[in-house]
Ligand binder design. Structure first.
Ligand SMILES: [Zn+2]
Length: 332
């Protein structure tokens, strides 16, 4: 039995045919071009799905169900996307719109929920009862597993870790609130912190300091925006600004993780998203910082690991979500 999974991102629509064990049989993607009207994005989601099915020599009847992961607040029951800021969608009946073009059952949910489901079935959360996934990308996504199941909340909005308020009068967030966690611990936050720090240093430093820093081979050039990857690489090499900014970043991240531990006391927390490519360098620093701020210092607490499925977590999880829904319906 095969399932289709779509991971709808602000940049790309990724889709895959996935089998019952969570293995990808065939995958493909197409640009989202998110400023377009929703109907055009949906047409491309349908075309991509049909192309994948055709390329595998199959027909729609061979696919048990389609699952779609959305970067926003979704009601899985009604199939309505309540809010998807990256695609400028609001109250969009996505499930019904897809269903008019496709004969297989369609199920939609939040993308971080998909990733957590994939980690639960075939990744870092296998055989765990309680777990929290934190994806550190341009924003912060999150999902919570309780009792071995996704905890999506009474209104489908649980696990929005990126919008936990960590500073009462803090920076303005895209959601309209101030002081959200993702303003301090996302990849974008790291980049902002670095460019603010680098320009301050550039203007405040005297000429000799500038000369010295320019002669430092591990220094990365200022005056342009650096990616999170470049900043982390510079921090690994001991470049002073990058090191200081990375430490500040990890401090913010650790504070958020401590709140999550205080709230859920999960068995395990996995870090995913672009920042997680920093690997052990990130993990060691985060573990050390978290242990400093734990409420229960001398007791066992959540294991902190890297998510294992990377970019594919979203499509695998979307397909597995569809599989789960189909099985639930059959059991009723
Ligand atoms: Zn927010």
């Amino acid at each position: 039995v095969l399932f289709l999974g779509i991971d709808l991102g602000a940049t790309n629509i990724a889709a895959a045919l996935v089998d019952e064990s969570g293995s990808i049989i065939r995958s493909s993607s197409t640009p989202t071009l998110s400023v377009r009207p929703a109907t055009q994005v949906i047409d491309d989601m349908v075309a991509l799905s049909l192309r994948l099915i055709g390329d595998e020599g199959l027909t729609e009847q061979d696919i048990a169900a389609l699952g779609v992961g959305i970067p926003g607040i979704v009601s899985s029951e009604t199939g309505v996307v309540h809010l998807c800021p990256n695609l400028f969608w609001q109250q969009l009946p996505l499930k019904d719109m897809l269903q008019t073009h496709l004969s297989m059952p369609v199920h939609i949910t939040n993308d971080a929920n998909c990733a957590a489901l994939a980690e639960l079935q075939v990744g870092a959360f296998r055989s765990r009862q309680s777990a929290v996934l934190i994806t550190l990308g341009s924003g912060i996504g999150g999902a919570v597993i309780l009792g071995g199941k996704l905890h999506s909340g009474a209104h489908g909005a649980a696990g929005e870790i990126g919008h936990m308020v960590v500073e009462l009068c803090g920076e303005l967030c895209a959601c309209g609130n101030r002081g959200c966690f993702e303003r301090y611990a996302s990849a974008d936050a790291l980049m902002r912190m670095y460019s603010a720090d680098a320009s301050t240093r550039m203007y405040s430093a005297d000429a000799s300091t500038r000369m010295n820093s320019a002669s430092n081979t591990t220094d990365i050039p200022t005056g342009k925006t650096h990616t999170a990857k470049e900043i982390i690489a510079a921090a690994k090499n001991g470049e002073p600004t990058a090191t200081a900014v990375f430490e500040k970043y990890v401090y913010s991240l650790a504070k958020g993780i401590v709140s999550i531990i205080n709230l859920y006391d999960p068995e395990i927390i996995a870090l995913g998203g672009g920042i997680s490519h920093a690997g052990d360098f990130l993990l060691q620093t985060v573990r050390k910082e978290v242990s400093k701020h734990l409420f229960l210092k001398d007791c066992p607490s959540a294991e902190i690991v890297l998510a294992t499925l990377g970019n594919e977590a979203g499509i695998i999880g979307a397909a597995l979500y569809a599989m789960q829904k189909i099985r639930q319906i059959k059991c009723l």
